[in-house]
Design a protein around this ligand. Structure first.
Ligand code: URA
Length: 227
């Protein structure tokens, strides 16, 4: 395992800036193998450090969140950002946590946030075919023909020249369906129902790839283990 200056770890993991590190060490009990440290430049191993008797946050972080309504999956929007739901030090990590793909402001449900660029690319690239299941509440009763239109692999969205890959629609009741898609085009689900003269009233993503948010309340999140 590599060693880094303590102040480099503290700023990378969002505990404080490098400039604040000296003060941080006075206020918090930062220990290396149980011996308190006051020297911000000391070279240390990540695994040997504790802060107030807690291990350091992991060097790479990936989180599954049940996104609530009204927050935006962006770093630079004027609205309330999804990142504001996280502990402050996670908001200050460098590299930053970013959402893996996006959900609209009014869409709820499963979303990953990660600082792992390779994972982000793997799960969002057009070739990735990651399955996502949405629970869709519709404005009008679902027509019988829609499941086969979505499954056909021939549906063309307005303004696009490449048809959508087949998607699986399961009817729950007249106004509620589950929709499984493997792509992630802009406003895809809303545009799909628009293409069949219906309208999405509420959209909730139940699963993203193998992750579901069954046990997470709205706004709750958990750390995913990628070891
Ligand atoms: N499709 C949409 O239209 N909106 C989302 O937020 C996700 C998928």
């Amino acid at each position: 395992m590599t060693s880094k200056r303590l102040d480099a770890y503290l700023s990378k993991l969002g505990y404080c800036t490098r400039g604040e590190a000296k003060k941080f060490l006075r206020i918090h009990e930062v220990k290396e193998n149980d011996l308190r440290i006051f020297d911000v430049s000391k070279k240390v191993k990540h695994s040997s450090i504790t802060i107030d008797n807690e291990p350091l946050d992991s060097e790479s972080l990936t989180i599954l969140m049940n996104k609530p309504e009204g927050v935006v999956c962006s770093h630079d929007d004027s609205g309330k950002l999804i990142y504001s739901l996280l502990p402050l030090r996670w908001q200050n990590r460098n590299p930053k946590l970013s959402t893996i793909g996006r959900l609209d402001r009014d869409t709820t449900g499963a979303i990953l946030l990660s600082d792992n660029g390779e994972l982000n690319h793997r799960l969002t690239s057009p070739k990735s075919d990651v399955p996502k299941i949405y629970r869709v509440t519709l404005a009008h009763p679902i027509a019988d023909s829609v499941a086969s239109i979505f499954a056909s692999g021939e549906l063309l969205l307005h303004g696009e020249d490449k048809p959508l890959l087949p998607a699986k629609l399961t009817k729950i009741d007249d106004l509620t369906v589950l929709l499984e898609i493997v792509e992630g085009r802009y406003h895809q689900v809303k545009r799909m129902f628009g293409a069949v003269q219906n309208r999405v009233q509420a959209l909730h993503r139940e699963t993203f790839d193998k992750w579901d948010i069954e046990k997470l309340q709205s706004g709750e999140y958990k750390i995913l283990d990628f070891k």
